[in-house]
Write a protein that binds this ligand. Structure first.
Ligand code: ZN
Length: 269
């Protein structure tokens, strides 16, 4: 009998390692994941050969504390959203509570992987580890707008995305995140296909905003960058609304991190 026809066939998995983390309960884990270690069991150490050639991995965990009976729920990040089936969410609660998390590999020491971005508590069984390849990227996917209700969580989420795209903490990254938060509040989803972005002046800011908005230069043309030695400006346009931001003179990295309300002059076009 073909395996696919036998829906009742049990699947046996043996964990290949375990999460070691200071996070002891699921409620304590930050939305964007956490520093953690993955200890690989002795039988699987040969499978770690040449892992350090990669920078990012998918960690597949078994969320052993999760409710396996739940098939629909309201996304945990926002109680005002409608219910989704759990196959349209990445909630831990699902029939087979397999966690899938993309992590940065910081270092490998013996049987231990040091990673950041992992959303699993101490003692979580690890089922598998797979590398992230450049060919995995989808630059402009079209997911539903599952918007985090809390402003500081949106800020952390944008910051994580911006850093994943741009690769360094810098003034352009901080400015881009703060500007994206304002646009997200007044124009809605910043990845919307009808939101256009024009940046002049600061290539870091342009790169961060292209990463956050997923705006392409063509197909459709949503993004434009112009070199300039003057103050950086960004024009956002959607339907008949347009607003231009000009970065205030003298804004530095400290100001961008501490005085988020005082970074830009606005002009409604
Ligand atoms: Zn930069």
């Amino acid at each position: 009998m073909a395996l696919v026809e036998n829906h009742a066939l049990p699947v046996t998995l043996k964990p290949i390692g375990v999460v070691e983390s200071s996070m002891k309960s699921t409620g304590a884990i930050p939305y964007t994941g956490n520093w953690a270690k993955v200890r690989v069991f002795p039988a699987y150490l040969p499978a770690m050969h040449r892992m350090t050639e990669h920078s990012h991995f998918w960690i597949l965990c078994w969320f052993h504390e999760a409710d396996r009976s739940l098939l629909r729920k309201i996304p945990g990040v926002n109680p005002h959203l409608p219910e989704y089936g759990v196959f349209g969410l990445r909630a831990a609660q699902r029939p087979n509570p397999i966690g899938l998390t993309l992590v940065d590999l910081e270092k490998v020491e013996g049987d231990m992987l040091y990673v950041s971005g992992l959303d699993a508590v101490d003692g979580t069984p690890v089922l598998d580890i797979k590398p992230y390849f450049e060919s995995d990227i989808v630059f402009s996917p079209k997911p539903p707008h599952i918007r985090t209700a809390k402003y500081h969580l949106r800020e952390r989420d944008f910051h994580k995305q911006a850093l994943a795209h741009h690769g360094e903490e810098c003034l352009g990254l901080e400015l881009g995140v703060q500007m994206a938060l304002i646009i997200d509040t007044c124009f809605g989803k910043i990845q919307a296909p009808d939101l256009q972005v024009t940046v002049t002046g600061d290539p870091c800011l342009a790169d961060v905003l292209q990463g956050l908005t997923r705006a392409r230069l063509a197909n459709p043309a949503r993004f434009c960058y112009r070199e300039s030695t003057g103050a950086a400006t960004v024009t956002w346009q959607k339907d008949d609304k347009a607003v231009k931001f000009r970065v205030r003179p003298g804004v530095d990295l400290t100001a961008a991190r501490e005085a988020a309300d005082d970074l830009f002059d606005f002009e409604v076009l």
